[in-house]
Design a protein around this ligand. Structure first.
Ligand code: NAP
Length: 286
């Protein structure tokens, strides 16, 4: 009898990754190709994938803006045509819209959700029929430590990552009967373009000096090689987690992320304990 190997654990798996031009996407595509896996590497502009070398039977480069449903659907069709299947989908593409909630423009808030939330819905919903048909698949969804805990300046970003957590919890339960798993990756600070070239900033005003002070500290942490994490190490950890049987549902990367989440759950439980009387006293008297 052949041993059933879940998606993510097999060297024959085909991976499709969004946002491979830099950061975690680039690190993951590089690590997977080095291991000999087949990869559909996607980017808004595929010239940004030149670092991967030419296309080959192992590598497909596809244009994919996650906000463009036609492009998303086309990417799955082409990947399936080349490889016959897609086993692991990495919802990695994302941007950080940073600044005090009050000082964001509506366009910035919508842009945050278009990429980080509607983009994930687009890619996930395009993969679901294929995963159901294959009775096998794995989603690796990039949330963030900000998907567990919010901080000043990341209210909009965090809201988008809480959304990724929420949709991932449901998709995991909905697709479990089809042999499909989900891993939610929750990185802390890593050395990518997230707070660099790709960040979208609110206009700085005098209104929230504390928030901008927090941003200054955050930028300093990201600039410090002793603090900031290495995306190549993150990629290695994700590949190990994907190969676990069964894979973990959440994967905190960086101790700052793990500690923040532990602290959050302590405070959630403290509030539940403190308000237990109020929680229960809500039923009709008769
Ligand atoms: N770095 C961190 O500290 C950190 C922490 C927690 C979570 N994350 C999450 O990690 C994921 C990857 O980000 P990163 O840190 O690697 O930052 P990054 O270096 O800025 O990479 C982000 C990637 O997303 C792509 N992207 C942006 N908008 C897109 C769109 N509409 N369609 C397709 N691709 C798009 C970018 O491509 P272009 O070159 O085309 O813009 C880029 O390849 C994101 O979801 C981010 O929120 C990062």
């Amino acid at each position: 009898m052949t041993h059933y190997v879940p998606a993510g654990a097999s060297p024959d798996d085909v991976w499709l990754i969004t946002g491979c031009s830099s950061g975690f996407g680039k690190a993951l595509a590089t690590a997977l190709l080095a291991k000999g896996q087949r990869v559909a590497a996607t980017a808004r502009n595929i010239t940004a994938l030149d670092y991967l070398g030419p296309e080959s039977p192992q590598l497909l480069k596809l244009p994919l803006d996650v906000t463009n449903r036609a492009e998303v659907n086309a990417a799955f069709l082409v990947a399936r045509k080349q490889f016959g299947r897609v086993d692991v989908v990495v919802n990695n593409a994302g941007i950080g819209v940073i600044g005090p909630v009050e000082d964001m423009t509506e366009a910035q808030i919508r842009q945050q959700f278009e990429v980080n939330v509607f983009g994930v819905f687009n890619v996930t919903r395009a993969a679901q029929p294929l995963f159901r048909e294959q009775q096998r698949g794995l989603f690796v969804n990039f949330a963030s430590m900000a998907g567990e805990v919010s901080v000043p300046s990341l209210g909009v970003y965090s809201a988008s990552k809480f959304a990724v957590e929420g949709l991932s919890e449901a998709v995991r339960q909905e697709m479990e009967p089809y042999g499909v798993g989900v891993i939610v990756v929750e990185p802390g600070p890593f050395d990518t373009e997230w707070i660099g070239n790709n960040a979208v900033w609110a206009e700085e005003t005098e209104r929230y000096p504390g928030v901008w002070g927090y941003v200054t500290q955050m930028k300093a942490a990201y600039a410090d090689r002793k603090i900031v994490g290495d995306p190549a190490k993150a990629a290695a950890a994700i590949l190990k987690a994907a190969a676990m049987e069964p894979p973990p549902f959440r994967l905190a990367l960086h101790e700052v992320s793990a500690e923040a989440t532990r602290g959050k759950f302590k405070s959630v439980i403290a509030d539940l304990d403190r308000t237990e009387g109020l929680t229960k006293d809500v039923h009709y008297a008769d």
